[in-house]
Structure formats: structure tokens, C-alpha cells
Design a protein around this ligand. Structure first.
Ligand code: CA
Length: 232
């Protein structure tokens, strides 16, 4: 990522999704502007010159296809369309109107980020990397974790949760943010799911009596950090 924050314009009438995107993208370091309908979106695009536009298809008044055509008429800014529609004809219509990519609702935040990064760096594919903290490592290519030399097998959700912690070491991650990022905005499951998965991760990362790295911040959430050695 460059030193200047990337500007994202989110045009989405559904407040829950708009806020979900604003929270998540702001946390990732993007400058986020939002608009709740097509006309406001076009105005914001003219004023703010975004680097990328996330555009919902079903908008009140002017729909996303029309907004897309008008945006495209005046600029080459990448456009990622969001929609519940998933037929081939719909997809073609969206791409014909000038959208660069297409994401079907409901979507996971990580999927959105992957599409966003790909659009922003069309010519430079994302390379796998090894995320590290203390003696904990996570290979994003093979999706395998290590504690020192010890390999740790992770389920899909455990991987996503650990990856989130490793992308934000020493930062307190609120329960809301963890829900957003790992389970998505439409998650309606059991309320202790985060506790359950943190417990799984602790069991796996501490299986050889290693020091705890995922700590509870009471009433708030969790943080990946090293503890100072206990006195005495
Ligand atoms: Ca909508």
C-alpha cells in the first residue's frame, strides 16, 4: 500500500452494509466516503475523486447500472459492483455498463478485500506472505501455521481469525470487528462463537505449553501480544 491512503467511495443504500464496509475499510487504512443513493454517489465521485468505487446494484431512484454508466463516461476509476443478482445475463449487463468486477451478496469481507486489492493492483498479483509475531508464523500461501518449528493445522475459520490477529498485532480487536471480519455482516449465529474459536486457537497455539499470545481484553475483545514473564 502507498503512503497516501487509498480513497474508496461506497455507494450503498442499505445502512447495515454501508457501515460494515466503512468500519472494515477504515480499519484497513482506507479513506472511505459513502453515499446512500446513486445521485449522491455521482456527486461524491466528482468531489472526492476516489481511487476505487464500490457500487451497489439495487439503489433507490437511479440504479447501480445507470450510476456505473455515468461514472464510466467520465473516468477510468475501477468499479466493483455489489449485487444479490447472480445470473450470467446480470453479470454481463454489469460488466457491459463498465463495472470492473462483480461481488455477489452476501459476501465475506476478506473476499471483498481480495477483489479490491486485485483491482487496485491489476498488473501486480498479490504474493503469498508469511505473517509473523513472536514465534508464531502463518503462511498465507499454504495456510499453515507454525509455533516455532511446530506445525499447526487450522480449520478455515481458525485460519481467518489467526490471520486477522497477525495482521493487527498488539491492537485490541473488538468483538464487533472480529464478527465483521471473520463471520460477516449477515452472521446470526450463537453469540459465544468468538470465545469458542479463540479457545480453539489457544489450544492449538499453546499445545506444547508455549506462552499465551491471544489475550482477552475484558468487556472489549482480544489482542495478540506477548506477555511479560510472570514475576516469581
Ligand atoms: Ca441496495
Amino acid at each position: 500500500m502507498t503512503n497516501n491512503p487509498v480513497r474508496v467511495l461506497v455507494i450503498e443504500d442499505e445502512e447495515r452494509i454501508r457501515q460494515f464496509l466503512q468500519r472494515g475499510l477504515t480499519f484497513e487504512g482506507y479513506r472511505v466516503d459513502t453515499a446512500a443513493d446513486g445521485q449522491a454517489g455521482l456527486n461524491a465521485a466528482r468531489e472526492n475523486t476516489p481511487d476505487i468505487v464500490i457500487l451497489d446494484w439495487m439503489l433507490p431512484g437511479m440504479d447501480g447500472i445507470e450510476v456505473c454508466r455515468r461514472l464510466r463516461a467520465g473516468s477510468a476509476t475501477p468499479i466493483l459492483m455489489l449485487t444479490a443478482k447472480d445470473s450470467v445475463a446480470d453479470r454481463v449487463q454489469g460488466l457491459d455498463a463498465g463495472a470492473d468486477d462483480y461481488l455477489v451478496k452476501p459476501f465475506a469481507f476478506d473476499e471483498l478485500m481480495a477483489r479490491l486489492r486485485a483491482l487496485l493492483r491489476r498488473s501486480a498479483p498479490v504474493q503469498p506472505e508469511t505473517l509473523k509475531f513472536a514465534d508464531l508464523a502463518l503462511d498465507t500461501g499454504t495456510r499453515q501455521a507454525f509455533r516455532g518449528e511446530r506445525a499447526i493445522e487450522l480449520t478455515a475459520k481458525e485460519y481467518e481469525l489467526l490471520e486477522l490477529f497477525l495482521h493487527h498485532p498488539r491492537q485490541v480487536l473488538t468483538r464487533e470487528l472480529i464478527y465483521d471480519r471473520v463471520w460477516g455482516y449477515d452472521f446470526g449465529g450463537e453469540s459465544n462463537i468468538i470465545e469458542v474459536y479463540v479457545r480453539y486457537l489457544r489450544q492449538k497455539t499453546e499445545a506444547a505449553q508455549e506462552a499465551r499470545l491471544i489475550h482477552t481484553v475484558r468487556g472489549v475483545g482480544y489482542v495478540l501480544r506477548e506477555d511479560s514473564p510472570p514475576a516469581g
